[in-house]
Design a protein around this ligand. Structure first.
Ligand code: HEC
Length: 269
């Protein structure tokens, strides 16, 4: 058993030896946090805030966070059948939720974020022909409504174009801004933002990203400019099995601590 564990550690180490476009830390010494992502169905901001529809709306206005109510001991406490039934007219993917290992590290100038996961097959929307997988991280600034509580949810609205009654909108936020970084398996890297609309370029974070599949595990490594605050709010999304638009698996809002408390503790190099 001891030998098997050792072998697994060496394998993970091997991944970090692949040539990278940026100087990444030695990930074998960085602890990983498991963050679960799930199929969010049709639960846009308007649903989240509706007192008649969402049991958490009052708690949110009192300052509680999504994760505070829906994450227990690292597991998500969400009725996943409801997400793929009552809460989604298109149904749901075969795998409603899966774990993502998240690691973070930083040096004098850069924050590095690494996501590792097995992307499940059995999606219900395969309209992104170019990309089997996309991995995305969003960072809300302090002006985003409930920025410290809601992860990516302030960008998600019922008039987004892939929603059932959607208009021609992309993701947007009513106030503030999100930084967006995305790696797509075609190799495309986005350094973007979400304000009154989503922009996949023109971001100010100097994002670089690389990813690869080894066995059945995808590993995506991002680097970006160091954020101003030692407590960094973020949410992640994975588009698995060629999914586009809202057909991603998403996390609630979490924090990376840079020498501060955080769900993910960034290691200093
Ligand atoms: C104060 C606690 C609380 C907070 C904060 C909260 N929720 Fe909930 N949420 C609930 C409860 C209770 C239910 C189930 C009862 C219901 O909605 O009828 C629920 C239901 C849900 C569901 C439907 C699945 C299910 O298990 O019924 C989703 C999706 C959801 N919440 C997402 C969120 C998101 C996203 C946030 C943050 C933007 C959030 N919640 C914040 C308490 C909370």
């Amino acid at each position: 058993m001891r030998y098997a564990l050792h072998a697994a550690a060496v394998l993970v180490g091997g991944l970090s030896l692949s040539p990278l476009a940026f100087a990444a830390p030695d990930w074998t010494s960085v602890p990983a946090t498991t963050i679960h992502v799930f199929h969010p169905g049709v639960t846009p901001w308007e649903w989240i805030e509706s007192k008649g529809k969402h049991g958490g709306s009052r708690g949110l206005s009192r300052g509680e966070s999504c994760a505070g109510c829906h994450v227990e001991n690292g597991e998500i406490n969400v009725d996943l059948e409801r997400m793929a039934g009552e809460l989604d007219p298109k149904g749901g993917p075969a795998v409603r939720a899966f774990p993502v290992q998240v690691q973070a590290a930083y040096d004098a100038g850069q924050l590095y974020v690494r996501m590792s996961f097995k992307a499940p097959a059995g999606g219900i929307d395969k309209s992104d022909k170019d990309n089997a997988v996309k991995a995305t991280v969003l960072f809300p600034n302090a002006e985003v409504p409930m920025a410290e509580q809601v992860g990516c949810w302030a960008t998600c609205h019922q008039d987004a174009r892939t929603m059932p009654d959607g208009k021609d909108k992309t993701k947007y936020t009513s106030a503030g801004a999100y930084e967006l970084m995305q790696w797509a398996s075609s190799g495309k890297v986005a350094d973007g933002s979400i304000t009154d609309q989503r922009r996949m370029e023109g971001g100010q974070a100097g994002v670089k990203a690389e990813g690869a599949k080894q066995g059945d595990t995808w590993t995506v490594t991002f680097s970006r400019k160091l954020p101003a605050s030692p407590t960094v709010h973020f949410g992640i999304a994975v588009h698995a099995d060629h999914a586009a638009g809202r057909f991603h698996h998403v996390s609630f809002g979490h924090t990376i601590g840079l020498g501060a408390e955080g769900d993910v503790k960034a290691k200093k190099f």
